[in-house]
Design a protein around this ligand. Structure first.
Ligand SMILES: *Cc1c(COP(=O)(O)O)cnc(C)c1O
Length: 387
Protein backbone atom coordinates (compact mmCIF):
# COMPACT_ATOMS: atom_id res chain seq x y z
CA UNK A 1 0.00 0.00 0.00
CA UNK A 2 1.46 3.32 -1.03
CA UNK A 3 -0.23 6.33 0.51
CA UNK A 4 1.86 8.91 -1.27
CA UNK A 5 2.26 8.35 -4.99
CA UNK A 6 5.21 10.41 -6.06
CA UNK A 7 7.74 10.51 -8.82
CA UNK A 8 10.73 9.92 -6.62
CA UNK A 9 11.47 6.66 -4.88
CA UNK A 10 12.98 7.40 -1.47
CA UNK A 11 15.58 5.27 0.30
CA UNK A 12 13.50 5.49 3.49
CA UNK A 13 10.06 6.93 4.16
CA UNK A 14 9.19 7.11 7.87
CA UNK A 15 6.30 9.48 7.09
CA UNK A 16 4.63 6.90 4.85
CA UNK A 17 5.03 4.32 7.61
CA UNK A 18 3.35 6.74 10.02
CA UNK A 19 0.47 7.55 7.66
CA UNK A 20 -0.14 3.88 6.99
CA UNK A 21 -0.61 3.31 10.75
CA UNK A 22 -1.87 6.74 11.63
CA UNK A 23 -4.90 5.89 13.74
CA UNK A 24 -3.09 3.40 15.98
CA UNK A 25 -0.10 5.72 16.43
CA UNK A 26 -2.19 8.84 17.08
CA UNK A 27 -4.22 6.93 19.66
CA UNK A 28 -1.07 5.62 21.30
CA UNK A 29 0.50 9.08 21.56
CA UNK A 30 -2.73 10.71 22.73
CA UNK A 31 -3.06 8.06 25.41
CA UNK A 32 0.34 8.95 26.81
CA UNK A 33 -0.19 12.71 26.57
CA UNK A 34 -3.41 12.46 28.53
CA UNK A 35 -2.10 10.02 31.10
CA UNK A 36 0.29 12.57 32.56
CA UNK A 37 2.89 9.79 32.91
CA UNK A 38 5.77 10.38 30.49
CA UNK A 39 8.69 8.27 31.62
CA UNK A 40 9.06 4.75 33.10
CA UNK A 41 5.39 3.85 32.92
CA UNK A 42 3.03 1.20 31.67
CA UNK A 43 3.93 1.52 27.98
CA UNK A 44 7.63 0.96 28.59
CA UNK A 45 6.93 -2.02 30.84
CA UNK A 46 4.53 -3.56 28.31
CA UNK A 47 6.76 -2.90 25.29
CA UNK A 48 9.72 -4.46 27.08
CA UNK A 49 7.63 -7.57 27.73
CA UNK A 50 6.20 -7.70 24.22
CA UNK A 51 9.56 -7.24 22.50
CA UNK A 52 11.21 -9.88 24.72
CA UNK A 53 8.38 -12.28 23.82
CA UNK A 54 8.76 -11.47 20.12
CA UNK A 55 12.46 -12.36 20.26
CA UNK A 56 12.02 -15.32 22.60
CA UNK A 57 14.36 -13.79 25.19
CA UNK A 58 13.78 -13.27 28.89
CA UNK A 59 14.54 -9.56 29.22
CA UNK A 60 14.28 -6.34 27.25
CA UNK A 61 15.50 -3.07 28.77
CA UNK A 62 14.43 0.04 26.88
CA UNK A 63 17.07 2.73 26.32
CA UNK A 64 17.28 6.20 24.82
CA UNK A 65 18.93 5.05 21.56
CA UNK A 66 20.72 2.18 19.87
CA UNK A 67 24.11 3.72 20.61
CA UNK A 68 23.20 3.91 24.29
CA UNK A 69 21.95 0.31 24.18
CA UNK A 70 25.38 -0.83 22.92
CA UNK A 71 27.10 1.30 25.54
CA UNK A 72 24.87 -0.07 28.30
CA UNK A 73 25.40 -3.68 27.15
CA UNK A 74 29.17 -3.20 27.29
CA UNK A 75 28.95 -1.60 30.74
CA UNK A 76 26.89 -4.59 31.96
CA UNK A 77 29.91 -6.76 31.06
CA UNK A 78 32.21 -4.40 33.00
CA UNK A 79 34.04 -3.38 29.88
CA UNK A 80 35.93 -0.14 30.17
CA UNK A 81 39.32 1.51 30.23
CA UNK A 82 42.13 -0.88 29.29
CA UNK A 83 39.85 -3.36 27.55
CA UNK A 84 39.52 -4.07 23.85
CA UNK A 85 36.36 -4.76 21.88
CA UNK A 86 36.39 -6.26 18.39
CA UNK A 87 33.90 -5.09 15.80
CA UNK A 88 33.76 -4.32 12.08
CA UNK A 89 34.84 -1.17 10.30
CA UNK A 90 32.03 -1.57 7.76
CA UNK A 91 29.23 -0.35 10.07
CA UNK A 92 27.48 2.74 11.35
CA UNK A 93 30.05 4.77 13.25
CA UNK A 94 27.67 4.38 16.22
CA UNK A 95 29.00 0.87 16.89
CA UNK A 96 32.52 2.19 17.38
CA UNK A 97 31.38 5.34 19.23
CA UNK A 98 29.55 3.16 21.76
CA UNK A 99 32.72 1.15 22.45
CA UNK A 100 34.71 4.33 22.97
CA UNK A 101 32.07 5.72 25.37
CA UNK A 102 33.08 2.96 27.80
CA UNK A 103 36.76 3.91 27.61
CA UNK A 104 37.59 0.62 25.86
CA UNK A 105 39.50 0.51 22.57
CA UNK A 106 37.88 -0.84 19.41
CA UNK A 107 39.78 -3.35 17.27
CA UNK A 108 38.41 -3.38 13.74
CA UNK A 109 38.07 -6.58 11.74
CA UNK A 110 37.25 -7.25 8.11
CA UNK A 111 33.94 -8.38 6.61
CA UNK A 112 32.94 -11.26 4.37
CA UNK A 113 32.35 -10.05 0.80
CA UNK A 114 29.13 -12.06 0.34
CA UNK A 115 27.33 -11.28 3.60
CA UNK A 116 28.85 -7.85 4.35
CA UNK A 117 29.14 -9.01 7.96
CA UNK A 118 32.04 -9.91 10.27
CA UNK A 119 34.59 -12.29 8.76
CA UNK A 120 35.36 -15.05 11.33
CA UNK A 121 38.95 -15.54 10.08
CA UNK A 122 39.66 -11.85 10.45
CA UNK A 123 38.21 -11.97 13.98
CA UNK A 124 40.54 -14.85 14.79
CA UNK A 125 43.57 -12.90 13.64
CA UNK A 126 42.42 -9.92 15.70
CA UNK A 127 42.45 -12.12 18.82
CA UNK A 128 45.88 -13.41 17.88
CA UNK A 129 47.39 -10.01 17.22
CA UNK A 130 45.63 -7.43 19.43
CA UNK A 131 47.88 -5.30 21.60
CA UNK A 132 45.70 -6.07 24.63
CA UNK A 133 42.96 -8.47 25.68
CA UNK A 134 39.82 -8.41 23.56
CA UNK A 135 37.03 -8.88 26.09
CA UNK A 136 33.99 -8.49 23.85
CA UNK A 137 32.98 -8.97 20.23
CA UNK A 138 30.24 -6.95 18.55
CA UNK A 139 29.09 -8.53 15.28
CA UNK A 140 26.73 -6.30 13.27
CA UNK A 141 23.84 -7.88 11.36
CA UNK A 142 24.33 -5.27 8.68
CA UNK A 143 21.55 -4.50 6.18
CA UNK A 144 19.35 -7.10 7.95
CA UNK A 145 21.62 -10.03 7.09
CA UNK A 146 22.50 -12.15 10.14
CA UNK A 147 26.23 -12.48 10.78
CA UNK A 148 27.87 -15.94 11.00
CA UNK A 149 27.04 -16.28 14.69
CA UNK A 150 28.05 -19.94 15.02
CA UNK A 151 31.66 -19.25 14.02
CA UNK A 152 31.84 -15.90 15.81
CA UNK A 153 30.54 -17.37 19.07
CA UNK A 154 32.99 -20.26 18.86
CA UNK A 155 35.94 -17.91 18.40
CA UNK A 156 34.73 -15.59 21.17
CA UNK A 157 34.20 -18.54 23.54
CA UNK A 158 37.68 -19.92 22.78
CA UNK A 159 39.03 -16.53 23.83
CA UNK A 160 36.74 -15.95 26.86
CA UNK A 161 35.13 -12.90 25.27
CA UNK A 162 31.45 -11.97 25.53
CA UNK A 163 29.34 -11.47 22.41
CA UNK A 164 27.05 -8.47 22.02
CA UNK A 165 25.00 -8.41 18.83
CA UNK A 166 24.40 -5.10 17.08
CA UNK A 167 20.82 -5.70 15.88
CA UNK A 168 20.10 -2.11 14.85
CA UNK A 169 19.35 -3.23 11.28
CA UNK A 170 18.02 -6.72 11.94
CA UNK A 171 14.68 -6.69 13.81
CA UNK A 172 13.08 -10.02 12.95
CA UNK A 173 16.04 -11.52 11.06
CA UNK A 174 16.57 -15.25 11.58
CA UNK A 175 19.55 -17.55 11.18
CA UNK A 176 19.31 -21.31 11.71
CA UNK A 177 15.88 -20.92 13.36
CA UNK A 178 17.16 -18.35 15.85
CA UNK A 179 16.27 -14.67 15.86
CA UNK A 180 18.96 -12.06 15.56
CA UNK A 181 19.27 -10.88 19.13
CA UNK A 182 19.05 -14.36 20.64
CA UNK A 183 22.63 -15.46 19.94
CA UNK A 184 24.80 -13.18 22.02
CA UNK A 185 25.17 -12.74 25.77
CA UNK A 186 23.41 -9.47 25.10
CA UNK A 187 22.03 -7.73 22.05
CA UNK A 188 21.40 -4.07 21.28
CA UNK A 189 18.58 -2.73 19.13
CA UNK A 190 17.95 0.73 17.72
CA UNK A 191 14.46 2.04 16.99
CA UNK A 192 15.69 5.09 15.06
CA UNK A 193 12.78 6.15 12.80
CA UNK A 194 14.09 4.52 9.60
CA UNK A 195 14.97 1.12 11.10
CA UNK A 196 12.79 -1.94 10.40
CA UNK A 197 11.03 -1.23 13.70
CA UNK A 198 11.19 2.54 14.08
CA UNK A 199 9.94 4.95 16.73
CA UNK A 200 9.21 8.64 16.10
CA UNK A 201 12.48 9.76 17.61
CA UNK A 202 15.49 8.15 19.25
CA UNK A 203 14.93 4.87 21.08
CA UNK A 204 16.71 1.57 21.65
CA UNK A 205 16.83 -1.56 23.78
CA UNK A 206 19.16 -4.11 25.31
CA UNK A 207 17.99 -7.73 25.36
CA UNK A 208 19.39 -10.71 27.23
CA UNK A 209 18.42 -14.07 28.73
CA UNK A 210 20.70 -13.56 31.71
CA UNK A 211 18.86 -12.40 34.84
CA UNK A 212 21.97 -10.93 36.45
CA UNK A 213 22.93 -8.95 33.32
CA UNK A 214 19.36 -7.66 33.04
CA UNK A 215 19.42 -6.53 36.65
CA UNK A 216 22.75 -4.81 36.07
CA UNK A 217 21.35 -3.05 33.00
CA UNK A 218 18.40 -1.75 35.05
CA UNK A 219 20.79 -0.46 37.68
CA UNK A 220 23.20 1.19 35.25
CA UNK A 221 20.54 2.76 33.05
CA UNK A 222 19.55 5.09 35.86
CA UNK A 223 22.54 6.30 37.87
CA UNK A 224 23.07 2.96 39.59
CA UNK A 225 19.87 3.43 41.56
CA UNK A 226 18.32 0.42 43.23
CA UNK A 227 16.52 2.82 45.54
CA UNK A 228 15.75 6.27 44.20
CA UNK A 229 18.58 8.79 44.82
CA UNK A 230 20.94 6.10 46.15
CA UNK A 231 23.62 5.11 43.65
CA UNK A 232 24.87 1.57 44.25
CA UNK A 233 27.29 1.94 41.35
CA UNK A 234 28.29 4.57 38.81
CA UNK A 235 25.59 4.56 36.20
CA UNK A 236 24.25 6.64 33.36
CA UNK A 237 20.86 7.91 32.22
CA UNK A 238 19.33 6.10 29.28
CA UNK A 239 15.60 5.48 29.33
CA UNK A 240 13.01 4.67 26.71
CA UNK A 241 10.25 7.26 27.08
CA UNK A 242 6.53 6.53 27.25
CA UNK A 243 5.60 8.16 23.95
CA UNK A 244 8.20 6.18 21.99
CA UNK A 245 7.25 2.98 23.84
CA UNK A 246 3.57 3.53 22.97
CA UNK A 247 4.48 4.09 19.30
CA UNK A 248 6.64 0.95 19.31
CA UNK A 249 3.80 -1.08 20.85
CA UNK A 250 1.52 0.10 18.06
CA UNK A 251 4.12 -0.84 15.42
CA UNK A 252 5.56 -4.11 16.75
CA UNK A 253 2.56 -6.19 15.53
CA UNK A 254 3.27 -4.89 12.00
CA UNK A 255 6.97 -5.77 11.96
CA UNK A 256 6.65 -9.24 10.44
CA UNK A 257 4.33 -7.92 7.73
CA UNK A 258 6.70 -5.04 6.97
CA UNK A 259 9.65 -7.45 6.75
CA UNK A 260 7.58 -9.68 4.46
CA UNK A 261 7.01 -6.70 2.17
CA UNK A 262 10.73 -5.85 2.23
CA UNK A 263 11.47 -9.44 1.18
CA UNK A 264 8.90 -9.23 -1.62
CA UNK A 265 10.58 -6.14 -3.05
CA UNK A 266 13.97 -7.82 -2.65
CA UNK A 267 12.66 -10.87 -4.55
CA UNK A 268 11.44 -8.61 -7.33
CA UNK A 269 14.85 -6.92 -7.58
CA UNK A 270 16.57 -10.30 -7.50
CA UNK A 271 14.42 -11.69 -10.27
CA UNK A 272 14.77 -8.67 -12.55
CA UNK A 273 18.38 -7.71 -11.89
CA UNK A 274 20.11 -11.10 -11.74
CA UNK A 275 20.78 -11.14 -15.48
CA UNK A 276 22.83 -7.93 -15.40
CA UNK A 277 26.44 -9.09 -15.36
CA UNK A 278 27.84 -5.86 -13.92
CA UNK A 279 25.87 -6.29 -10.69
CA UNK A 280 26.45 -8.42 -7.61
CA UNK A 281 23.22 -9.02 -5.65
CA UNK A 282 23.07 -9.51 -1.87
CA UNK A 283 23.42 -13.13 -0.75
CA UNK A 284 20.38 -15.10 0.42
CA UNK A 285 20.41 -18.63 1.71
CA UNK A 286 17.66 -20.99 2.76
CA UNK A 287 18.82 -21.30 6.38
CA UNK A 288 18.26 -17.65 7.13
CA UNK A 289 15.75 -14.85 6.89
CA UNK A 290 17.32 -11.64 5.62
CA UNK A 291 15.06 -8.70 6.58
CA UNK A 292 16.48 -6.23 4.06
CA UNK A 293 16.99 -3.13 6.12
CA UNK A 294 18.91 -2.33 2.95
CA UNK A 295 19.08 -4.10 -0.40
CA UNK A 296 22.75 -3.57 -1.10
CA UNK A 297 24.16 -4.38 -4.52
CA UNK A 298 27.77 -4.15 -5.57
CA UNK A 299 28.85 -2.50 -8.79
CA UNK A 300 32.32 -2.14 -10.31
CA UNK A 301 33.94 0.76 -8.49
CA UNK A 302 34.46 2.75 -11.70
CA UNK A 303 30.72 2.63 -12.44
CA UNK A 304 29.21 2.94 -8.98
CA UNK A 305 29.08 6.73 -8.67
CA UNK A 306 27.86 7.06 -12.25
CA UNK A 307 25.02 4.62 -11.50
CA UNK A 308 24.18 6.48 -8.29
CA UNK A 309 24.06 9.76 -10.25
CA UNK A 310 21.94 8.22 -13.01
CA UNK A 311 19.46 6.82 -10.46
CA UNK A 312 19.20 10.21 -8.74
CA UNK A 313 18.63 12.03 -12.07
CA UNK A 314 15.82 9.60 -12.76
CA UNK A 315 14.09 10.02 -9.42
CA UNK A 316 15.49 7.03 -7.57
CA UNK A 317 17.19 8.05 -4.33
CA UNK A 318 19.62 5.21 -3.77
CA UNK A 319 22.21 5.54 -1.01
CA UNK A 320 25.62 4.38 0.10
CA UNK A 321 25.70 2.86 3.56
CA UNK A 322 28.43 3.53 4.37
CA UNK A 323 30.64 5.52 2.01
CA UNK A 324 33.64 5.66 4.37
CA UNK A 325 34.63 2.76 6.64
CA UNK A 326 35.20 3.81 10.24
CA UNK A 327 39.00 3.40 10.04
CA UNK A 328 39.08 5.86 7.09
CA UNK A 329 36.97 8.52 8.79
CA UNK A 330 38.87 11.72 9.63
CA UNK A 331 38.30 11.15 13.36
CA UNK A 332 39.72 7.62 13.33
CA UNK A 333 42.16 7.41 10.43
CA UNK A 334 45.51 6.14 11.70
CA UNK A 335 44.23 6.34 15.29
CA UNK A 336 42.41 3.04 15.60
CA UNK A 337 43.58 -0.54 15.99
CA UNK A 338 42.98 -2.90 13.09
CA UNK A 339 43.12 -6.70 12.81
CA UNK A 340 46.54 -7.90 11.61
CA UNK A 341 44.95 -9.48 8.54
CA UNK A 342 43.89 -6.04 7.32
CA UNK A 343 40.64 -4.62 6.04
CA UNK A 344 40.96 -5.24 2.28
CA UNK A 345 37.36 -6.37 1.73
CA UNK A 346 35.98 -3.47 3.76
CA UNK A 347 38.01 -0.97 1.75
CA UNK A 348 37.11 -2.48 -1.60
CA UNK A 349 33.41 -2.72 -0.77
CA UNK A 350 33.11 0.91 0.28
CA UNK A 351 33.70 1.82 -3.37
CA UNK A 352 31.30 -0.75 -4.78
CA UNK A 353 28.18 -0.79 -2.61
CA UNK A 354 24.88 0.82 -3.49
CA UNK A 355 21.64 0.53 -1.48
CA UNK A 356 18.37 0.43 -3.42
CA UNK A 357 15.03 1.55 -1.89
CA UNK A 358 13.50 -1.51 -0.21
CA UNK A 359 11.37 -0.10 2.63
CA UNK A 360 7.81 -1.48 2.96
CA UNK A 361 6.19 1.58 1.37
CA UNK A 362 7.94 1.07 -1.97
CA UNK A 363 5.17 -0.01 -4.39
CA UNK A 364 5.65 -2.64 -7.10
CA UNK A 365 5.52 0.14 -9.69
CA UNK A 366 8.25 2.05 -7.90
CA UNK A 367 10.38 -1.08 -7.60
CA UNK A 368 9.93 -1.68 -11.34
CA UNK A 369 10.98 1.90 -11.96
CA UNK A 370 14.19 1.24 -10.02
CA UNK A 371 14.76 -1.89 -12.13
CA UNK A 372 14.17 -0.07 -15.41
CA UNK A 373 16.54 2.77 -14.57
CA UNK A 374 19.27 0.27 -13.71
CA UNK A 375 18.64 -1.76 -16.86
CA UNK A 376 18.82 1.42 -18.94
CA UNK A 377 22.06 2.42 -17.28
CA UNK A 378 23.72 -0.90 -18.05
CA UNK A 379 22.48 -1.06 -21.63
CA UNK A 380 24.06 2.38 -22.18
CA UNK A 381 27.27 1.36 -20.48
CA UNK A 382 27.70 -2.12 -21.92
CA UNK A 383 29.84 -0.92 -24.81
CA UNK A 384 31.93 1.81 -23.29
CA UNK A 385 34.53 0.26 -21.09
CA UNK A 386 35.94 2.27 -18.25
CA UNK A 387 39.45 2.09 -16.85
C1 LIG B 1 21.40 2.89 13.66
C2 LIG B 1 22.53 2.07 14.06
C3 LIG B 1 23.12 2.20 15.34
C4 LIG B 1 22.80 3.31 16.29
O1 LIG B 1 21.49 3.45 16.65
P1 LIG B 1 20.96 4.87 17.17
O2 LIG B 1 19.59 4.52 17.68
O3 LIG B 1 20.91 5.77 15.98
O4 LIG B 1 21.86 5.37 18.23
C5 LIG B 1 24.11 1.30 15.70
N1 LIG B 1 24.53 0.36 14.85
C6 LIG B 1 24.02 0.22 13.61
C7 LIG B 1 24.54 -0.86 12.72
C8 LIG B 1 23.01 1.09 13.17
O5 LIG B 1 22.52 0.95 11.94
Amino acid sequence: MNTQPSNTVALADPRAAYLRNRIAIDDAVQGVLQSGWYIMGENVRCFEEEFARYLGRRHTIGTGSGTEALHLALRCCEIGLGDRVATVSHTAVATVAAIELTGARPVLVDVDPDTHTMCPESLRSAFDSAEGTIRAVIPVHLYGHPADMTSIKRIANDNHAVVIEDCAQAHGAIRQHRMAGSWGDLAAFSFYPTKNLGALGDAGAVVTDDDALAEKARLLQQYGWKKRYVSECRGMNTLLDEIQAAVLRAKLPLLDGDNFRRREIAALYRQRLSSISGLCLPSESACQKHVYHQFTIRVRADLRDALLGYLTENGVLAGILYPIPVHKQPAYCGKIEVSSSGLQTTERMAGEILCLPVHPDVSDDQAMKVVHVIQRFFSKNSTFSVG
